[in-house]
Design a protein around this ligand. Sequence first.
Ligand code: NDP
Ligand code: 2IT
Length: 453
Amino acid sequence: MSDYVKDLMAEVKAKNPAQPEFHQAVQEVAESLAVVLDRHPEYRSAKILERIIEPERVITFRVPWVDDQGEIHINRGYRIEMNSAIGPYKGGLRFHPSVTLGILKFLAFEQVFKNSLTTLPMGGGKGGSDFDPKGKSDLKIMRFCQAFMSELFRHIGPDTDVPAGDIGVGGREIGYMFGMYKKLRNEFTGVLTGKGLNWGGSLIRPEATGYGAVYFASEMLSTRGKTLEGKTCLVSGSGNVAQYTVEKINQLGGKVVTLSDSNGYIYDEKGINAEKLAFVMELKNVRRARIQDYIDKYKEAVYTPVDPKNDFNPLWNHKADCAFPSATQNEVNGKDAANLVRNGVYCVSEGANMPTNLDGVKVFLDGKILYGPGKAANAGGVATSGLEMSQNSMRLPWTREEVDNRLRMIMKSIHANCVEKAERFGTPGNYVNGANIGGFLKVADAMMDQGVV
Ligand code: NDP
Ligand code: 2IT
């Protein structure tokens, strides 16, 4: 680690105690940027990275709500408005009991670089709540979403800050929040993305993150003359991103053998084909049940529950060609990464945000495999949110083909940008450096142009 990065990290840790995920995200980016700051002392003297690390605004608020039995609950709501140099704040909302300020700050920080890579004019933000939607009735979910929006509405707007979904926030929650925003503002605008198709949503937005992660993998594979045809793939998670990752891998002729949730994972050696995927979608999106139920229907599959005594995740310990971590942060540690490489995996495309810890990233980079970090590989979701914003502004919807073509072109261009920046700054083939540098330069130049604000 250079002295510059060491000093920066000491300050970040002192100023932001008890935010390990935020420290991790900053450290990875700072290490990539050391060479850029050496070549461009003007960024260092303008303290661009130091400014990017400090959110422009952090909003925390009380979310009191009454459930269907009349009991009162109090959750905490957040919105991190991280950086608006290249466009309105943009990024998802996460509802999960593990949500803290530090988690949302890491996500908002990543979002700044990711959104910059998309080629679209979007700043970075993230928000959410420690609310746990699991097992709650639709009525409880609606009441919570309305309570959450009854405060958030005063901070957001179609030209200010445009939230979307993330873990625990899908079409249902976006609908309840949009309804409340519209009522409070008396305005029908594109203030949220991931909306329903009948009321301003974009075709392909639900599919976009998973499809994009697979398009990104295809781009990486093509640099070695390979395609996904006939490849065995490991996918984690079983939510929005995981589901459409499986769909696109199947369409491109690959075979997916794993899926998971927070309780455990299934291994289906024959592959999770379109029919089995339709069952998973019904299981997770309609019945909102556990992935374990998969083996009741498909007896040939094996279910393994999470064992808290393990210091590795057995999902990553199967023979395969490609892996798509699509559940949550730090789900791949150094041991998992070593298992993946040992089992023959040579392409990892991250659907989730920061699913690999710093030890794991080092294993992938040292192993010279094709490793696409989340801020590049999963940018298709927010990119298509950007396309939804364009359609809302024009008040004209595009066809499925139009949006999918644009998504594909954007993923191609993110890939090309990563390759070019990695090469230009001396680490060819390193997509971590490529993504961090590519994302940084556009934001940094905009900040230089706009003065100290
Ligand atoms: P969903 O809520 O639809 O699905 C999340 C999945 O991950 C579920 O299978 C869930 O299991 C599992 N999961 C969540 N938290 C944990 C945990 N702590 N440990 C183990 N498993 C967990 O969310 P998404 O699919 O939208 O998000 C998945 C990842 O992709 C996240 O990292 C998110 O930030 C990222 N992402 C999402 C985008 C989007 O457009 N939705 C865009 C870019 C990135 P369970 O059902 O048990 O909770
Ligand atoms: O992490 C992410 O990029 C998302 N959750 C999607 C954000 C968005 O605004 O569509």
